[in-house]
Design a binder for this molecule. Structure first.
Ligand code: FAD
Length: 407
């Protein structure tokens, strides 16, 4: 029965006006760690404290805050494994308790208050929302249900599921974590204390929560990393511009089945399996030699879990220019990746129905079908489904040569 007051506009002005015109005793918020939010919240904090009002900020977003995690030499970690070993040890010592605190809302009216409808959040994007709504139910209770389902139905197969886009075995908690619909500490605690999950699967899953924290650890210490490579030598990397190839990648029409399935899954559902995020990312930045920012921006626009920290860290990782990143010379072969992680082609078939009727052995390389087989299966490469937009071997060599120019 509470009431949420909604405002739109410059947060500094809005908060100053509320403080002036009502009897506020304390201003409380959860901290965020991206440069924009840090700047905004620092200004707000100074406005509140200069009004002699109490400030009360909390960590609700990360397992460990970046400034609390230091290596033996007193600086921050740039490599994930020692970082996570250290964080995990700290977490195991923490006495995690959850309280259900009831918030009593003030029943106040404000001059500049608006309604949720006034924000016009959905109108312009109605078609998009209708599509996405089929796959996601937002809200705290659903976040909790999703976690419960993960623990009871998927957690014991996570080591397999984290690599297999054809199996629905990951938690799909990322958008809920991003929007603060569930706390990452709660996810960590519930999974860690669940005796039915075997240690290997538990360890792997908790380490993924660690990657989320690690991304923010990097962003906090490299606030430019949304725009600039952490490894500065990549400032000179000979990226190429090719609007046509970028558009084919956006639309899942590259002629490489696992890449197209991933890009279409993203556009249709707002989410993509992590293994496929890596495959499409390697294809964009290595086979197409397009700048990682192209990928980062498209993901940011289309993911339901779009998150400044994880997205920029993920793109810097896959393109090889980040801290503790996959080396640039490790170039995924999308055919082999597909055959290994989607062996029956079920994932590809779900999102690329043009390939539904061809034999399993050609799902990841349909251009290798003989004319005879194409006729037999009523499939014509180049017409039913595009030919690959680039030669994988040639572009692999081109990427390696480009890398040599900066190494
Ligand atoms: P699960 O496998 O169930 O993992 C549980 C949770 O751990 C996730 O919800 C997520 O919060 C965290 N997590 C898992 N893997 C990673 C990872 N590699 N890096 C950071 N956190 C991780 N994740 C986002 O939340 N937002 C993004 O914008 C985003 N962009 C990415 C871009 C690229 C190029 C890559 C390679 C990865 C990106 N990721 C991003 C990480 C990862 O792909 C997603 O977090 C994961 O696929 C979400 O699905 P899930 O909840 O089922 O994950």
């Amino acid at each position: 029965n509470g009431k949420l007051n909604i405002f739109a506009g410059d947060p500094e002005k809005i908060i100053s006006s509320i403080l002036k015109n009502s009897n506020v005793k304390c201003v409380s918020w959860n901290r965020l760690y991206d440069p924009y939010s840090i700047k905004r919240d620092t200004i707000i904090k100074s406005i509140v404290t200069s009004s002699k009002i109490e400030c009360d900020s909390h960590n609700g977003y990360l397992l460990n805050e970046p400034w609390n995690i230091k290596n033996k030499s007193g600086t921050f970690f740039k490599v994930f494994t020692p970082y996570w070993r250290h964080c995990d040890e700290l977490l195991k010592l923490k006495d995690i308790k959850f309280k259900n605190t009831k918030i009593s809302y003030a029943n106040s009216k404000f001059k500049n208050e608006i309604t949720i409808q006034d924000l016009n959040l959905t109108n312009k994007k109605e078609q998009w929302i209708k599509k996405i709504e089929k796959y996601w139910i937002p809200g705290e209770s659903n976040a909790k249900l999703q976690l419960k389902k993960y623990i009871s139905e998927k957690a014991n197969n996570y080591s397999i599921g984290r690599d297999r886009p054809d199996k629905n075995l990951t938690s799909k908690l990322s958008p809920y974590l991003h929007f603060g619909e569930i706390s990452v500490l709660e996810v960590y605690d519930k999974v860690n204390n669940e005796k039915k999950i075997n240690p290997e699967n538990k360890k792997k899953f908790l380490a993924e929560l660690g990657w989320r924290d690690f991304s923010y650890n990097l962003l906090f210490h490299y606030p430019d990393m949304t725009q600039k490579p952490i490894q500065t030598k990549f400032n000179k990397f000979p990226w190429i511009k090719n609007a046509k190839n970028l558009s084919l990648w956006h639309n899942g029409k590259t002629g490489i089945p696992i890449v197209d399935a991933g890009m279409r899954q993203l556009y249709k559902t707002g989410w993509m399996h992590n293994r496929v995020r890596m495959i499409v990312g390697s294809f964009l930045t290595k086979n197409l030699l397009l700048h990682w920012k192209n990928g980062e921006e498209w993901f940011f626009d289309t993911l339901v879990d779009a998150d400044v920290g994880s997205n920029s860290a993920g793109w810097q990782w896959i393109s090889g220019c980040g801290a503790d990143a996959s080396p640039y010379f490790r170039i995924f072969n999308p055919i082999l990746q597909g055959q290994k992680f989607d062996p029956d082609g079920d994932y590809v078939k779900e999102f690329v129905p043009e390939l539904n009727n061809i034999p399993k052995k050609y799902i990841h390389n349909p251009w290798e079908m003989s004319m005879e087989d194409q006729k037999k299966y009523n499939f014509e490469i180049g017409t039913s489904y595009p030919l690959p937009i680039v030669d994988l071997k040639e572009t692999r060599n081109r990427a390696l040569s480009a890398f040599k120019t900066i190494s």
